[in-house]
Design a protein. Sequence first.
Lengths: 159, 179
Amino acid sequence: MSAVTELESQSYVLLRLGDRRFALRAECIGELVTPSRIIRFPNQTPEVDGVILRRGRIVPVCDVTETLTGHKLTSLRFYLLSLRHYGAHTETVALPVTGECELIAAEITPASGDHPAHVEGWISYDGEVIEVLNLDHLTPGPGPEAKELAHAAAQESRP
Amino acid sequence: MRFAPPLASKSRPVRAEQMILFRIGSQLFAISASAVQEVRSGDSLAGAATELRQSHVRKVRHVVRRGKRTVYVVNGAMHFGLPPSQAALVLLLRRGRAALLVDAIEKMTAIRRLQAVPRAFCHVERTWYRGLIVAEDTVIPVLNPGGLLEADELSLLDNLVADIASEFAAASDEARVTA
């Protein structure tokens, strides 16, 4: 079996955070919406900025920019509503993104165990190698401290 | 392009439930009216309350006897990590051993839809709140009365109250002997 046949071709959504692009599997994406009023209430989960209301549903806003790029998000243009798995449950989380998103088909090179849990693999697109993200290990939730591990990994890889 | 299927609703349909909306600082909260036994002004309770000056639980500064129950008055602003506020009312709760010091009662409202706290909120707030409601053009957390004091906090407070009672008894004995 050649190396090429081992690769999977799937649909991904490219999103921009600051000056970097990342990818999510298309089946994890709900919709792209314009920013609405963010509502905050007391909590002790700093990774959640607050919540937005979307068709009567309460959706948490999780800004992953600093974890992934080391910088805070400076310009918010949209919320990318994405699906996050919590064991058998799935919930929607809103990811603030800097620019419009793009749907592409690409082949993923899966990440090995040496890489942070939030990196599912890489795709090559438009002359750029783009990280495919695993939201289940990037956004907060009960269970292993994957978020902290991801943050530590980002700190280490920062120039 | 294949998008994810729409999610099944995670909200729990409920019969209309009367909620008391109250304020701590600028933050609005809700609590089920059935969970509240009495609303008293802080002043009216002052005579019946004992001050806990050496409390290791910073959010509790007073204890009140209610029948056979010892009830600890929890400062809402400190509990939720909000800036200090002008607390004027005490919500005495039907169950549990905590009362809550709040700034003001805003209104009562009937709600039919209590939404679960999203799982992204994964820390102590999951015990603070029963859920979230959409009312007053905003999202309001619904207080879980059982989340006001944790077991270890109750244990610390019980020990402190027991110590105070012992000291009081000893002082009374001493006064009797002197007399």
